[in-house]
Design a protein around this ligand. Structure first.
Ligand code: NCD
Ligand code: ZN
Ligand code: ZN
Ligand code: ZN
Length: 354
């Protein structure tokens, strides 16, 4: 089959779980999953154990990335109470500041005036503040960013009202960008009876009308991000399962399927999965890096055999069209026909340029 060559994809929102929750994922396994999904740059979130909120944890994370990652990895610093000055000092070592305005996995929620103001005042202008903001936290975050001259990136937008508001705010010149996740585009709450805990994440699967609203506003989004959030099957079977689903290995085939169905063009896919995230986070382009996909290959997403440590998928059983054949990263064949070839330690730590 004829293959199409694309730029290596950039996933601006993943959870790699090193250093304290390596039973869920590591830099080595998470970046293997990335390459198997055609992703050659991932941005790692700070809700790790311990949380990445100071120089000591950021240094340990950076060293582990350099020693074990298989593709480009950028790291966020997390906002917490009392770390606004330190986070601002760490900015050049990161791809952005992450603020969790709503409850989700991990202890990093911040929603008091004093802490929020301290971070929006201290963070260096021109660098990104990424937020987990749901429902009325969306206009709250936009207002804070606008008032303080900060660039805001809204993670995993999932509801019709949210994206309609973002469209209106962008039209008025608000300094904001946003991302959408494949699980919010391809699943909704009607899938929950079937999926059980494997369909639980923050923000939750929304209504079919919310999902339709995301597709209708696809032109408002700057990036597709997986929010790859690995938790084991055993953890998902507990009475209070942790929120989050893996996504690195399924985002490209799902989006290629949408291209095959005429929902977006291949150029727009490249914008959402390469140029958009690079522009938002001002990321370097790894040299001699590209992927080859077979856009005609029809297959069914399996329920096992993934590179990600938990090795399950909420998309198992879905028929897709389009498959990654090969990934070349920094001049070396890194993935071919199901096999990850890039060794641990061949990846790079990257930062945003300003
Ligand atoms: C994420 C996780 O598991 O770290 N979970 C999730 O449901 N999305 C946290 C987050 O991105 O909010
Ligand atoms: Zn989140
Ligand atoms: Zn974006
Ligand atoms: Zn996340």
């Amino acid at each position: 089959m004829a293959t199409v060559r694309l730029r290596g994809l950039v996933d601006p929102h993943v959870h790699l779980r090193d250093l304290g929750e390596t039973h869920k994922e590591t830099y080595a396994t998470g970046t293997a999953a990335a390459l198997a999904g055609g992703v050659t740059t991932v941005l790692g979130m700070p809700n790790t154990k311990p949380p990445t909120i100071d120089q000591a944890t950021l240094t340990r994370a950076a060293e582990a990335v350099r020693a074990t990652a298989r593709c480009d990895v950028g790291l966020f610093v997390g906002a917490a109470q009392g770390n606004a000055q330190e986070a601002a000092r760490l900015a050049p070592q990161t791809v952005g500041l992450k603020i969790y305005l709503d409850a989700t996995y991990g202890p990093l929620r911040v929603n008091d005036w004093a802490t929020l103001l301290a971070h929006f005042r201290a963070w260096p202008r021109g660098r990104v503040i990424a937020v987990h903001a749901e429902e009325l936290s969306v206009p709250l975050a936009v207002g804070l960013a606008w008032a303080h001259g900060q660039r805001l990136h809204l993670c995993h937008i999932s509801r019709r009202e949210e994206i309609a508001f973002i469209q209106a705010a962008k039209a008025q010149g608000a300094p904001i960008t946003c991302e959408v996740c494949p699980h919010h585009l391809f699943l909704d709450e009607t899938d929950l009876p079937r999926l059980g805990a494997l369909g639980l994440m923050r923000p939750p699967l929304a209504t079919p009308d919310d999902r339709a609203g995301l597709w209708e506003h696809l032109d408002v989004f700057d990036c597709v991000a997986t929010d790859h959030a690995p938790h084991t099957r055993e953890e998902k079977a507990q009475p209070t399962p942790p929120p989050g689903v893996p996504g690195l290995e399924t985002s490209l085939p799902l989006m290629l399927t949408a291209v095959a169905e005429g929902r977006l063009t291949l150029d727009r896919l490249v914008e959402l999965m390469h140029s958009g995230p690079r522009r938002v986070y001002r990321l370097p382009n790894p040299p001699d890096t590209w992927i080859e996909v077979d856009p005609a290959d029809r297959w069914t997403i399996p329920d096992h055999g993934f590179q990600t440590r938990p090795a399950w998928s909420p998309f198992a059983g879905m028929a897709v069209q389009g498959r990654l054949r090969r990934a070349t990263y920094r001049g070396r064949l890194a993935f071919e026909d199901g096999q990850v070839l890039a060794p641990e330690g061949s990846g790079r730590l990257v930062q945003s340029t300003v």
